[in-house]
Design a protein around this ligand. Structure first.
Ligand code: ADP
Length: 988
């Protein structure tokens, strides 16, 4: 708002000036009025004194005439002389109204009437008013002659001679010298009016009455003060709100007081008038100053404003300043400087234009290939076209210029061109691009892109059109090819810009979304996902990702009829010369989804079947193992008996072998079932590698020895002593492979070689056996598959399958290298994980020894055997009795709890599956009662329980049925921490 100089002048000069001036002006007026009031008051007071003096002199004069008159009368006693004297006296003083002579009640009044002394009888003079013996001035009375108010002066010593003086004539004397029109009242010292000409006091007999009537304290003060005391005094009295100044001055000659009064407004009229005049003058001065300042500011700013406007025009490219400021002051000099600058700029602009024109013509002349330049005059006539046009259209530039009506210019395409030129010439369009198909001299057609721009002169007028032509024939043909490709694509393809607005779609997209392309182009891509709440692109995909890399995801789209269908979308950025577009390939995957759904359903069904199968096998395992337990247990018992014949022993051993074989079969089937139904988990533990491998070999060496084979163990020295591995699985695999080696080798040896290969351990089990034909080497890893060469050696064909799965679970792969007759080599590698400590996992008493062991003689240990199966119970009791233990029996958990309470055994062997109270529940009850007796679990199912699980439940040990006697004694020995004594070799 205050951006103009003029406004600033108003704000910072005129406004403060006016304010200061007004304050000074007001102070001045008030001060003038105050001083004037004081002056006028003083002056008036003087005037009042002057007037009372005048009145006093008049009275004194009359009295002195009286003195003279008295003396004259004493000498001249004749009437005629008396008349002359009276006549002279009356002539002498106009204020003397009449002279009264004679005795009271019948005297004569002499009065001068038109220079003629008349005599009238004294009629109305009341004796009361003119006291016979009192001389001096009386109170006013009515004149007997003309009814005027008169005061009577009784001469001293002459009782019958009086002067009557008309009161008014006394005032006339004062009014002769009263230019200010002061008003007068004469009062007695007791404030009785001698004279009053005021309407406000006239009804009253005395001023005191007036003061009391109007309630003026100031007047009362005047009456009771100066008037009463015969002294000078001043008072301001308000008559009907009009302030009136009263000046009281004594008239000593008559003992009266002259009251001179005037209204304050009259008194101060002059002062006020002069104050108003000076105020008006000051106001006028202020207006003149303001006008001058505005004028001066205008003189400064107006040229500046016009200069600014002119310079603004300069900025728009009008290189002449249309403002002439002839003044010689700063603004004039500024205007001239800007003019000079504009002139220089104009020259430079011209030079630049010329340079540009020469550059353009140079460029135009040298344009080659697909571009040409042209110019048209203001009528649209071609005046220049660059020679490069001949490369594009075949016609030379000269021929085009000469024959402006050349054939191609008559084509309908040219009319479009000319329409565009007209638009540019009229200033309707600034730069219009149009695509035209123009004939080549050879008869073919070329597609040209032309852009027309106006040639604008300095004054803003358009003097012609210049333009550029671009041969886009090949580009157009490329885009046609691209279009063809797009349309031929088997998938729906949509091209969008960065903001995902659809630019292009192919035919497949139209049919997929059952819509016309015109309904899709220009719309946001999200239109394809309408009728659903989810966005088309997954939320994890950011807009930046869409424009920067290829993406593929599944989504839901809807057809124009609102039907939703699943799609696979693949987006990829398409970088063009001008912008980045996005190509989106959309494939309907309804069929695939349906197939997946069916597959999932089938898989779920299979899982359910699998579970049923596993459960069945688990139950079967229990059912098969229970009788096997009895068979194998009793065989072992019988073998321990002395006095068996060799045939009996062989038969028993055969029964034992068959039982073992059956057990192995069951175990293998169950192992595979378990591996297939649950992914085997790896449980790493630290082991001493050499000791573990040694033990494995020792387990199998009796079997090898029986066949006269040698088992060799060869461990790489570079391997660490302790490693982390799943020892159970490793042992199972190695036992299986070594067992196969023994089984399929008749002479020679079986070797377990373990070597270090970088960060892996390679296990190689080789033999010198029958070998495996190449065609069988793959199938032997499938379940129930055996090599055709020799299938007479027993086995289930599951061992290698289980090994393969276990090795895979541990992070390796089992492979075979073999040729028939030359032995086989099975090998696998596992990650090498070094370890420091050794766990006790592998610390088992692994023995295949058939030595008889028993409790140290003299030791008494009571064991409670709990099993619902009579056979199992009997078997266990016999085995334990034989080994030197004292045994107790219980048929279920509840029975066991009572036995434990009453007989307090040192150890309990507890079957798990029992009626009334299961083994697990019985253990819980014991734990609840705080009974610390150790309990070993006897379980006949392998599928769901494991050693570790039983430990977690609180069992002190675990034995799988059917068990080997050694294993049973080992576990009891471990739990009770007891040693056995060997009683001799097996009978085998
Ligand atoms: P099983 O030994 O119980 O038949 P496996 O899965 O362990 O089942 O072995 C499958 C088959 O592979 C065997 O039947 C045998 O034909 C062949 N085979 C396995 N190991 C050897 C070996 N060391 N030498 C020769 N053939 C073998």
């Amino acid at each position: 708002m205050w951006s103009s100089i003029r406004n600033k002048i108003v704000l910072f000069a005129i406004f403060p000036l006016t304010v200061i001036y007004s304050i000074i002006f007001a102070v001045h007026i008030l001060e003038t009025l105050r001083a004037a009031k004081v002056n006028v008051e003083e002056f008036m007071e003087q005037q009042a004194g002057h007037f009372s003096g005048l009145l006093n002199n008049q009275l004194q004069f009359i009295e002195s005439i009286g003195e003279t008159f008295t003396q004259s009368l004493a000498w001249e006693q004749t009437l005629a002389d008396r008349k002359i004297l009276i006549s002279n006296t009356l002539h002498f003083d106009t204020s003397i109204h009449a002279i009264l002579s004679g005795s009271p009640g019948k005297g004569v009044v002499y009065s001068l009437n038109k220079n003629h002394l008349t005599e009238q009888p004294w009629k109305n003079v009341q004796g009361k008013k003119i006291v016979t013996n009192q001389w001096g001035w009386s109170l006013p009375i009515d004149s007997p002659i003309d009814g005027q108010k008169v005061v009577v002066y009784k001469l001293h010593g002459l009782d019958n001679l009086y002067f009557t003086v008309a009161v008014k004539t006394l005032l006339d004397v004062l009014n002769k010298e009263n230019p200010r029109n002061l008003r007068f009242e004469i009062v007695n010292r007791d404030s009785t009016f001698i004279y009053s000409d005021m309407r406000s006091t006239r009804p009253d007999k005395s001023l005191l009455n007036t003061a009391e009537r109007i309630g003026s304290a100031s007047l009362l003060e005047l009456v009771n003060g100066p008037i009463k005391n015969g002294m000078r005094g001043i008072g301001t009295v308000y008559f009907r709100d009009w302030p009136t100044w009263y000046f009281a001055s004594p008239v000593p000659q008559a003992g009266w007081m002259l009251l001179t009064h005037t209204r304050e407004t009259y008194a101060l009229a002059d002062a006020r008038q002069s104050a108003i005049f000076s105020g008006l003058f000051l106001l006028l001065a202020l207006l003149v100053i303001t006008a001058c300042v505005l004028k001066v500011s205008g003189l400064i700013t107006n040229p500046l404003v016009r200069l600014t406007q002119a310079v603004d025009k300069l900025g728009d490219g009008h290189w002449f300043l249309d403002y002439r400021h002839r003044s010689n002051d700063e603004t004039g000099r500024l205007a001239r400087s800007i003019n000079a600058m504009a002139a220089r700029l104009s020259e430079r602009d011209e030079a630049l234009k010329e340079m540009r024109a020469s550059n353009i013509s140079h460029i135009a002349e040298n344009l080659r290939g697909r571009y040409f330049y042209y110019m048209l005059d203001e009528r649209g006539q071609l005046i220049y076209i660059s020679p490069s046009v001949s490369d594009i259209l075949g016609y030379s530039s000269e021929s085009l210029l000469e024959s402006a009506g050349h054939s191609f210019l008559r084509s309908s395409q040219f009319r479009r061109f000319y329409r565009s030129v007209r638009g540019v010439l009229r200033g309707q369009t600034k730069n219009e691009t149009l695509q035209l198909e123009l004939p080549h001299q050879s008869g073919t057609t070329r597609t040209l892109e032309l852009i027309n721009v106006p040639i604008v002169e300095l004054n803003g007028s358009i003097s012609g059109v210049e333009g550029m032509g671009h041969d886009v024939t090949e580009l157009v043909s490329d885009s046609r090819k691209f279009r063809g490709l797009l349309e031929a694509a088997p998938d729906a393809i949509i091209i969008t810009d960065k903001s995902l607005t659809i630019l292009m779609v192919n035919e497949r997209a139209e049919s997929l979304f059952i819509t016309d392309r015109s309904d899709l182009v220009g719309k946001p891509l999200a239109i394809l996902g309408r009728n659903q709440n989810k966005p088309l692109f997954p939320q994890r995909i950011t807009p930046d990702e869409v424009t920067s890399r290829q993406l593929s995801f599944e989504s839901l789209c809807s057809k124009s009829d609102g039907k939703l269908f699943p799609v696979e979308m693949a987006t990829s950025p398409l970088v063009t010369e001008t912008e980045t577009l996005i190509t989106i390939v959309i494939r309907d995957i309804s069929d695939r989804k349906r197939a997946e759904r069916d597959l999932r359903h089938a898989r779920d069904l299979a899982r359910v079947g699998d579970k049923t199968k596993t459960q069945f096998l688990s139950n079967m395992s229990h059912e098969l193992r229970t009788p096997l337990n009895g068979i194998l247990g009793h065989v072992q018992l019988m073998l321990r008996e002395n006095g068996l014949s060799d045939d009996q022993r062989i038969s028993l051993e055969t029964i034992g072998d068959c039982g073992e074989h059956l057990l192995m079969l069951i175990n293998d089937v169950l192992d595979l079932t378990r591996i297939e139904s649950t992914r085997p988990t790896v449980q790493l533990a630290s082991i001493n590698l050499r000791t573990t491998l040694d033990k494995v070999c020792r387990i199998l060496s009796p079997r090898a020895q029986r066949k006269g084979l040698d088992i060799q163990l060869n461990v790489d020295d570079h391997l660490p002593e302790y490693v982390l591995t799943d020892v159970t699985k490793l042992r199972q695999v190695l036992i299986n492979l070594l067992g196969n080696g023994i089984k399929f080798t008749d002479k020679g040896h079986i070797q377990l070689k373990v070597v270090k290969d970088n960060d892996r351990i390679v296990y190689i089990v080789s033999d010198t056996g029958i070998g495996i034909a190449v065609e069988d080497q793959e199938s032997i890893f499938s379940p129930f598959q055996q090599a055709r060469a020799d299938s007479t050696r027993g086995g289930t064909g599951l061992g290698l399958t289980i090994c393969q799965r276990l090795v895979t679970a541990m992070g390796g792969g089992l492979k075979v290298a073999s040729s028939p007759g030359c032995g086989s080599r099975f090998y696998f590698s596992l990650p090498l994980r070094k370890s420091e400590a050794q766990s006790e996992a592998a610390n088992e008493l692994l023995t295949d020894s058939s030595c008889q062991v028993r409790l140290e003689p003299g030791k008494q240990i009571r064991i409670l055997v709990v099993d619902d199966s009579f056979n199992n119970r009997r078997l266990l009791v016999r085995l334990l009795d034989d080994a030197g233990f004292e045994t107790l029996e219980a048929v279920n958990g509840e029975d066991a709890l009572q036995s434990i309470k009453s007989r307090q055994p040192e150890l309990v062997l507890m079957d798990i599956h029992m009626p009334v109270l299961t083994g697990v529940d019985a253990l819980r009850q014991l734990q609840h009662d705080g009974n610390p007796v150790p309990v070993i679990a006897l379980a006949s199912s392998l599928t769901t329980e494991s050693d570790q699980q039983y430990q977690e439940l609180g069992f002190s040990g675990y034995i799988s049925k059917p068990f080997k006697l050694d294993c049973l004694l080992n576990e009891i020995g471990r739990v009770l921490n007891i040693e056995y004594v060997r009683t001799g070799d097996d009978h085998a």
